[in-house]
Design a protein around this ligand. Sequence first.
Ligand code: COA
Length: 254
Amino acid sequence: MSEFLIEAAGPVERWIINGEARRNALSRAMVNELASHVARVSRGHEVRAVVLSGAGDKAFCAGADLKERATMSEPEVRDFLGTLRRAFRSLEKSDCVFVAFLNGAALGGGTELALCCDLRVMASGAELGLTEVKLGIIPGAGGTQRLPRLIGAGPAKELILTGRRVGAQEAQRLGLVSRVGTLDDALELAKAVCANAPIAVGAAKHAIADGAHLDLDAALEVEGRHYQRVLGTEDRLEGLKAFAEKRAPVFQGR
Ligand code: COA
């Protein structure tokens, strides 16, 4: 059985984590398959945005597969964490835009996976949390680093040190998700991204990431470098032409 169900619709793909019986918890096979799907969409130019959710209505992803984990030796856990970190990082660094739709619980690695995505939409009844300290571990796939970068060290410490789960309204208030909504809302967001110039979207995504922790002068240079990427594109000329002709631009990703 495939670890992900893939549904393609033009430039948007839906990836559904396919492990409903264990609440879409991340097994080794699942992480390997995630990495190969990320590599596939990052290599090609056809898929511009991915909406990621979990099978069923109970969970987006219940974190690491704790049953599999119980069978693993310490070196195997270390290996798994390395693979997990690399898979998440490759997703984050892809030109493709990832929208997490938190259709249900996103706990531990499930929240960490959502944190690697570019945009997050959360169903009103869902909850998320970095609950690892309740299990004698800490977030191991970027949670201690990405959460404070997203919402600030104070609120992140509160969530990580207590392991508290938060609902959708609070997650939105904290800036952890940008919207409380439905799958359709997540798909709409993905489509809105895909209406724009592909190279520009990728350059904007990386400019934000690369400049986030630099001082303003260095960060503005980063923006300038990414701007270079769009300067020579046909899409930039098409944008200007379409504006002059009062019509919608048709971008080719060139
Ligand atoms: N790893 C492996 N199996 C998991 C799992 C995980 N992380 N989370 C849930 N499951 C399994 C349960 O053991 C159960 O299996 P069983 O039917 O063989 O007993 C099945 O999924 C359903 O779990 P259940 O708790 O009955 O479902 P629920 O819909 O009531 O609640 C969750 C879903 C995700 C809220 C709940 O399962 C949960 O809190 N899981 C723990 C998640 C966690 O702490 N993750 C952090 C890991 S660091």
